[in-house]
Design a protein around this ligand. Structure first.
Ligand SMILES: [Zn+2]
Length: 242
């Protein structure tokens, strides 16, 4: 969770690099792309979206089962989702792409002028407890959790599930959409969380079970290409370097 001071500092630095140094306008044109880009990065930073996924845009996302059928339509109807409190729930093992997809949806929401927040369930729990001693943390957290779109990742890694239940109940009753990522399957979620959470989940969430796939493999390929690495992994059946 970023503090207001951290956000202001990041904004100052980003403005210096992107806007003041803009080759097109030197920062003088309020309608120049540089302002838009600066604003996007600041909002992603403020939301806590993992930086490695800041540049994930729909065109760069390779096929996921259910991506075209659920995620793309969702990104195209954010206003509707916001009005009705419709959410998404990505389930799958580590590396299946949950965080990437959550980040992509949040980025789209930011581009549409919506407020967003990304938190892992264990962080949520920590901030709530810190907030008991430190009112400023509690206020900041409350403010972030009333964002238009909140992504709660790694559901199930928190020690006490009632913090998650509470958040989903509060947001559910306000018809505020939440996006979830978890390695737990549906039956495990049912064992862990309250009936009211599960009823909201089954009624207002599109649930996508992601296959463990090659996200990391593709990432590896990108690195190999960028770094000029040749052949496969040293133990693998890579090409011989002549
Ligand atoms: Zn400019």
């Amino acid at each position: 969770m970023r503090s207001e001071v951290e956000v202001l500092e990041f904004e100052r630095e980003t403005r210096l690099v992107l806007v003041n140094n803009c080759r097109r306008c030197d920062g003088s044109d309020a309608y120049c792309e540089c302002h838009k880009r600066c604003n996007l990065l600041v909002r992603l930073y403020e939301a806590g979206v993992p930086r490695e996924f800041w540049e994930v845009i729909p065109e760069n996302i390779r096929s996921f089962a259910g991506y075209r059928e659920r995620v793309l339509p969702y990104m195209g109807r954010l206003k509707r989702a916001l009005r009705s409190g419709y959410g998404l729930c990505f389930t799958g093992r580590p590396g299946s792409g949950k965080t990437m997809l959550l980040s992509a949806v949040l980025r789209r929401a930011v581009e549409r002028g919506r407020t967003t927040c990304y938190l892992r369930a264990s962080e949520l729990e920590k901030h709530i407890r810190d907030g008991w001693k430190e009112p400023a943390i509690a206020r900041r957290l409350d403010w972030l959790l009333t964002s238009d779109f909140v992504a709660l990742d790694d559901l199930g890694t928190e020690q006490y599930p009632q913090y998650v239940d509470e958040l989903l109940k509060n947001r559910g009753s306000e018809l505020s959409p939440t996006l979830l990522g978890t390695r737990l399957g549906l039956s495990e979620l049912g064992q862990r969380y309250s009936d009211s959470t599960m009823s909201v989940l089954s009624g207002r969430y599109a649930i996508l079970a992601l296959q463990t796939r090659d996200g990391r493999v593709n990432e590896h390929k990108t690195m190999d290409k960028a770094m000029g690495y040749v052949g496969g992994t040293p133990q693998g059946k890579g090409r011989r370097v002549k």
